[in-house]
Design a protein around this ligand. Structure first.
Ligand SMILES: Nc1ncnc2c1ncn2[C@@H]1O[C@H](COP(=O)(O)OP(=O)(O)OP(=O)(O)O)[C@@H](O)[C@H]1O
Ligand SMILES: [Mg+2]
Length: 455
């Protein structure tokens, strides 16, 4: 296998595969003036090896080779690299195989005796398509690149609105307050703000205010000097100063004790930090993002949160919507978690229609975190390739989805049917059309049965 030593960034790469080295070298010579990178392989096995770990755009593939059948190589190459354009080269005849090659995904086939200019035209066409693709791709990246929210799954209107706000506020230096119920993804939003700011190559320091005990929170945040208190045998920087030049994320800021709120406000206003025990201040350059699941306005009314700090932080407030406000995002997220978990090694499964219905009917008090856990459990408990409603036991009960109808005491089909109709009517608030749809029978049938059973 001969490869040119150029760097492998975007250049149209063509691999020529033939067991005849003379054919290889004459084709290589013929294509040399063209702007392609050209590799050659002296057989099918070598060609396939060449495809591992590097991108090839076009392959000229000999149909008859002693080590591996060209048709075989074609199939395997396309499974590995579905976008690969393959042109088959045949000796004399071989038309039947050539047709099979086309049926199996080859772009075209040429007899080796055909004029090379025809082959060149075909390749040139593919090359121009490739150029267009490249251009589109880089345009798309330019458009999306700055604000690509892969980690923030959701297409519902409130999520799109949130992403739009995040995109607009991220590049600024403004403090941001993120509010939202527990498990809605506030931390993810904070991270996205940092990732899309011009501080993204600097540090991101998340601090969970709820997790630090009141006795040490001051020195944790502001640092201390050596000897500031018993046990302080060396000075520390503190979390705020360690976020210098970057982003400080204060999670659960509603839990910050009042006196710390005052000291923190001073730090933010003056962009300085005074460590415990120090007599002077240190300048800092920190962007603050804070989050809470509490309603800070209520907290202020109760005297548990300082008004001045609230106004300082809430210049921009982002509300992360609860999961029940996000409509179809529930299913989008469910499928996202299934994929993520199967990448972690759990067997991939699809969602049954009924399971999807149960997920959509649930009210999700624990929001996205609850959904993630429900999917994790269902993936672990579902036996086959499908997640069924019964793999979501906690939800089925809560959502009022009924257990399957069992035979009634009498065991008569008529009784089972009657029970099913009664239940469907109850579920649809007496709407016969909806009940019929729910049961998968026609409206006429449901009317007939209602009469028959005197319902
Ligand atoms: N839009 C989303 N796309 C993908 N994953 C999400 C999304 N929102 C939340 N998650 C995931 O759900 C879980 C909970 O999110 P996160 O910890 O950010 O919530 P939170 O609002 O900070 O919750 P809490 O108030 O309990 O701290 C995380 O595992 C997170 O990755
Ligand atoms: Mg959180």
């Amino acid at each position: 296998m001969r490869m040119s030593s150029e760097p492998s960034n975007a250049r149209f790469t063509m691999l020529i595969v033939d067991d005849d080295v003379d054919v290889l070298s004459s084709l290589r010579r013929y294509f040399r003036p063209l702007p392609y990178r050209i590799w050659t392989a002296e057989g099918g096995q070598q060609a396939l090896e060449c495809l591992t770990g590097q991108r090839v755009d076009m392959m000229l593939l000999d149909l008859k080779m002693p080590d591996r059948d060209g048709l075989d190589v074609l199939k395997e190459a396309l499974t590995r690299m579905p976008d690969l354009k393959i042109i088959m080269l045949t000796g004399h005849g071989g038309v039947r195989e050539a047709v099979m090659a086309i049926q199996n995904g080859a772009l075209d086939f040429f007899e080796k005796s055909t004029c090379l200019d025809m082959l060149r035209k075909k390749i040139d066409q593919a090359y121009r398509m490739w150029l267009l693709d490249q251009e589109n791709q880089s345009l798309r990246q330019e458009l999306e690149g700055r604000f690509c929210f892969d980690a923030l799954v959701g297409e519902s209107p409130p999520m799109l609105q949130l992403k739009d706000l995040v995109a607009r506020v991220s590049p600024t230096r403004t403090s941001v307050l993120i509010q939202g119920e527990s498990g809605t993804g506030k931390e993810l939003v904070a991270r996205a703000i940092h990732e899309h700011s011009n501080r993204k190559s600097e540090v991101y320091i998340p601090v969970d205010c709820a997790a630090i005990s009141a006795s040490i929170i001051e020195s944790e945040l502001f640092g201390h000097t050596k000897g500031a208190f018993t046990g302080a045998d060396h000075s520390t920087l503190g979390l705020i100063r360690s976020a210098d030049k970057g982003t400080l994320f204060l999670d659960e800021i509603g839990e910050l004790p009042l006196e710390m709120q005052a000291k923190f406000l001073r730090s933010v206003q003056e962009q300085t930090v005074r460590p415990v025990g120090a007599t002077s201040e240190f300048p800092i350059d920190v962007r603050v993002v804070a989050a809470t699941h509490r309603n800070l306005i209520e907290e202020m009314a109760r005297g548990r949160f300082r008004q001045d700090l609230y106004y300082r932080l809430s210049a921009v407030t982002l509300y992360v919507p609860s999961l029940r406000e996000r409509g179809d995002d529930i299913l989008l997220l469910a499928r996202y978690f299934i994929k993520a978990l199967s990448r972690e090694g759990m067997p991939f499964k699809t969602l049954s229609e009924e399971a999807a219905r149960v997920l959509c009917a649930h009210t999700w008090p624990g929001n996205v975190r609850e959904l993630e856990n429900v999917i994790r459990n269902a993936m672990a408990f579902a036996r086959g390739h499908t997640i069924l409603a019964r793999n979501l036991p906690a939800l089925s009960e809560l959502s009022g989805v009924q257990p399957p109808i069992r035979a009634t005491a009498s065991g008569r089909l008529a009784d089972v049917e009657r029970e099913a109709i009664t239940r469907a009517l109850r579920q649809t608030g007496g709407n016969r059309r909806k009940a019929a749809r729910l049961l998968g029978i026609s409206e006429a049938t449901i009317y007939r049965r209602l009469k028959q059973y005197a319902l």
